[in-house]
Write a protein of this length. Structure first.
Length: 134
């Protein structure tokens, strides 16, 4: 069994594949060895959006893949990104005007040059994960 020092490593991102959600990492303590593609764990950001007009809330719905949220018009979906859509009809001088705000929330991916914490479980041959960045 590998010791913890070999299972948990800090490195610097050398490349990112956005579509596959993977990245390669340089480990300076291993003579600048570059990893195979490591899977990036999905770390959802917390984003709260509220819009008010003269004290009144906007109508809105959200669609999230992170967990079922079947409250207040929100729904669960199985793909990324999370989406939030807000809408408000404002009447000015007798004319209705519709205002919309559409937000896409993508999970975090590291950028090239960012330091990341990687885990290499003792199962599998060299498969690893990026747990997060700093």
């Amino acid at each position: 069994m590998n010791d913890l020092h070999e299972q948990i490593k800090i490195g610097k991102v050398s490349s990112v594949d956005v579509k596959k959600r993977t990245a390669r990492v340089i480990f300076e303590d291993k003579e600048d060895m570059v990893s195979a593609e490591l899977k990036v764990l999905i770390n959802q950001p917390l984003i709260k959006i509220s819009k008010k007009d003269n004290g009144g809330n906007w109508d809105g719905v959200g669609a999230y893949n992170s967990e079922p949220r079947n409250l207040g018009g929100d729904s669960y979906k199985k793909e990324l990104p999370d989406t939030v859509k807000l809408k408000k009809v404002i009447t000015y001088q007798g004319e209705p005007h519709t205002h919309e705000l559409n937000v896409e929330i993508h999970p975090w991916l590291p950028y090239v040059g960012q330091f990341v914490l990687c885990a290499f479980p003792s199962i599998g041959a060299g498969d690893g994960f990026i747990l997060g960045g700093f």
